[in-house]
Design a protein around this ligand. Structure first.
Ligand code: ADP
Ligand code: MG
Length: 381
């Protein structure tokens, strides 16, 4: 014998009772359908909202290394984002404290103070950046030279008390500018400048290293889409959260606030050295802060050099090196290195690109303001 099912039971009553039950069932079904429809609509709304929120970039700014540092990345909650940005900026502040020549008591300041007297034990990271600086100095045959400081000081670039030095003044300090004389023991973390008056300045490479460290922290935090821009030293993590590449604006060397070209990039680093970054005018001429270590005068052939490389440190050192080398020697250095590309802009605003960038540079028309989603050298718009 089979037991009647629940349905059988409900249909077991008389005519009238049966009709009322059906109506109740229909009402119940409609109510259920209605609730289901509401749930679907509300769920879709929240899903779309969450998607929009998660593809949003959290943006932060901080004044570090004498420049506006801009950080943007995608992550879950605002609280998470805030903790990450604190860690990134904190790391950058720590490294600036080690590597800056103008910070009293920094590793570089201590090395410079003991020049001609004794070796100084520095943080392993300082030793590593100094070693990298010497590597790029030898790679560029001294066009990049981290001992260029005595010359910079004659021009007043450190304290911003600009002046045009007499040629004899420059000649007098030229013998102090020689990277081959730096004694660096990376294993012991010791640096010695053997002549009094010699001085290290990692200004052409340290910002890149610091940006790389900031990026490393973002990566360790599991972030997949980010950019970090320290006044033209840019490192990227992946592309934009919407799957498209980042658009990097290359500043117009002669039109402040405008871009001359745009590069579309995912990952890696892009750094620009320009003659417009730090300059002063005297007697109707302008003088900028990238010096040719051979002559002691500002390098004069190029207006800006943008280098793309795997790390911001490499791009930073090479952009300064290529700037000093000029278009021909600079370009041949870039072509000799794998994973490195460059966009050179001459003082006549001629654009020269390395072979790997052929067709990848979007040149903007005269005085064109970059598109709304372009990261400029100083700001993301
Ligand atoms: P910025 O710091 O403006 O982004 P760069 O990366 O080109 O520009 O670095 C310029 C800095 O590098 C100068 O302020 C100075 O500290 C240092 N510098 C200047 N000339 C040289 C050079 N020939 N080699 C190495 N460093 C240099
Ligand atoms: Mg540089």
């Amino acid at each position: 014998m089979t037991r009647p099912s629940a349905d059988d039971q409900s249909t077991g009553g008389g005519e009238l009772k049966h009709g009322a039950a059906t109506r109740r069932l229909r009402a119940l079904r409609s109510a259920l359908f209605f609730l289901l429809a509401v749930a679907v609509v509300v769920g879709a709304y929240y899903w779309a909202g969450a998607r929009a929120r998660s593809s949003q970039l959290h943006r932060y700014h901080s004044l570090l290394m004498d420049t506006d540092v801009e950080l943007a990345f995608q992550t879950g909650s605002a609280r998470e984002a805030s903790a990450v940005q604190e860690a990134v900026f904190g790391e950058m502040v720590r490294l600036e404290g080690l590597l800056s020549r103008s910070r009293e008591g920094s590793d570089i300041d201590r090395v410079n103070n003991r020049a001609g007297r004794e070796p100084v034990v520095v943080n392993p990271e300082t030793a590593a950046v100094a070693a990298a600086a010497l590597h790029y100095a030898s790679l560029s045959d001294g066009a990049f030279d981290p001992t260029v400081a005595p010359l910079l000081d004659r021009w007043g670039f450190l304290g911003r008390e600009f002046r045009v030095p007499a040629p004899e003044e420059l000649e007098a300090v030229l013998p102090l500018v020689d990277y081959t004389r730096v004694e660096l023991d990376p294993a012991a973390g010791r640096i010695y400048l053997p002549r009094k008056g010699m001085s290290l300045d990692l200004g052409g490479i340290a910002k890149g290293y610091i940006v790389d460290r900031g990026m490393a922290l973002l990566r360790e935090a599991g972030i997949r889409h980010a950019f970090l821009n320290a006044g033209g030293d840019i490192a990227l993590l992946g592309g934009k959260p919407d799957g498209t590449p980042w658009r990097i604006g290359v500043r117009h060397p002669r039109e402040p606030g405008e871009c001359i070209a745009v590069l579309s990039l995912e990952g890696g680093a892009v750094v620009t050295s320009g003659d417009y970054e730090r300059l002063f005018t005297a007697g109707g001429r302008s003088y900028h802060h990238i010096l040719d270590p051979r002559s002691g005068y500002p390098a004069a052939e190029l207006a800006s050099v943008t280098v793309l490389a795997g790390t911001a440190m490499e791009a930073d050192a090479l952009s300064t090196a290529v700037f000093v080398l000029g278009p021909e020697r600079g370009l041949s250095l870039v072509e000799s290195l794998s994973g490195v590309e460059a966009l050179l802009i001459t003082v006549d605003l001629e654009m020269i690109t390395s072979t790997g960038l052929d067709g990848r540079v979007e040149r903007l028309e005269e005085k064109q303001v970059p598109a709304a989603n372009t990261i400029g050298e100083r700001k993301a718009i």
